[in-house]
Design a protein around this ligand. Structure first.
Ligand SMILES: N[C@@H](CCC(=O)N[C@@H](CS)C(=O)NCC(=O)O)C(=O)O
Ligand SMILES: [Fe+2]
Length: 262
């Protein structure tokens, strides 16, 4: 049985994905967010899973990854693209590599365009793919910084994503309007930037005129993510809350009480 959870970080509109082989207990997490590590670790523990890999779709510019912190807490390994330029990973991935969790796996497709080191992860049965900041629901990632290249993105989408089965579900790294998932067939038909008969010239013209403001966290996020989210000298970021954890004193029921742990 496949365990699948789509998690959300509201400040950065980032989706994090948890996938596991429910029978073997082995799990991977794609694009964890630093500030959400406590939530994600609690979920992994509650579900009785063992996190084997934290995977990045790319070096993010808008939030700090939770990969390093998850490795500290849960002993997982970190993997991202060989072309990412990031230090501190345990494995550097290239086209057609396979990351295994239990008896399941994801296969790597290089999908540059938003950055040089963008990867998409395709589930073994090709029923789902995680497209990072390459293809969004009815949109795409931007191509105006971090080695962005709309020509490369156009080729990545057509050659690496639109060649997946029509019904393959596509899960992006962000959505800014509340949409959660799409499919190859939907995006081929309805994506306003490259659906239907839209050619490379129209796509690149559109992308070169987006004029978006830079992400607010760009200056902090990129250097941190080039170290897989490891704080400078491995210290300096508080990971524990400054409030007391709750501990149940009796079984749930009308008389159950919850006390602050001291
Ligand atoms: N306002 C957001 C911007 C986030 C942003 O630029 N996101 C990138 C992905 S890292 C993107 O491709 N955005 C596409 C878009 O906003 O259309 C922030 O400050 O963080
Ligand atoms: Fe990004």
């Amino acid at each position: 049985m496949l365990v699948f959870r789509q998690l959300f970080d509201p400040p950065s509109s980032t989706y994090t994905y948890l996938l596991a082989d429910g029978d073997r207990g082995a799990a991977i997490i794609i694009d964890p967010v630093f500030e959400q590590v406590r939530r994600d670790a609690a979920l992994i523990e509650e579900l009785g899973l063992r996190l084997v890999f934290a995977l990045e779709t790319h070096v993010h510019a808008d939030h700090v990854t939770g990969a390093w912190l998850l490795k500290e807490r849960m002993g997982c390994r970190i993997a991202l693209a060989a072309t990412s330029g990031a230090a501190g990973a345990d494995r550097y991935l290239v086209q057609d590599d396979v990351v295994t969790f239990g008896e399941r796996n994801v296969q790597i497709r290089q999908t540059p365009g938003h950055t040089d080191g963008c990867l998409s992860y395709v589930l073994d049965d090709r029923s789902m793919a995680f497209t990072g900041d390459c293809l969004f629901v009815r949109g795409t990632g931007r191509t105006d910084f971090q080695q962005g290249d709309p020509h490369a993105m156009y080729r990545s989408i057509h050659e690496q994503i639109f060649t997946l089965p029509d019904l393959c579900l596509l899960y992006p790294a962000h959505d800014y309007r509340g949409l959660t998932v799409t499919s190859v067939r939907e995006e081929r038909r309805f994506n306003p930037r490259l659906g239907g008969e839209i050619g490379e010239g129209d796509f690149t013209g559109y992308m070169n005129n987006l004029r978006l403001a830079h992400p607010k966290k760009l200056d902090v996020a990129v250097p941190a993510n080039l170290q897989c989210g490891r704080p400078e000298n491995g210290v300096g970021i508080t990971t524990e809350p400054d409030w007391a954890a709750l501990r149940r004193r009796s079984e749930p029921g009308p008389t159950a009480t919850m006390d602050a742990q001291t």
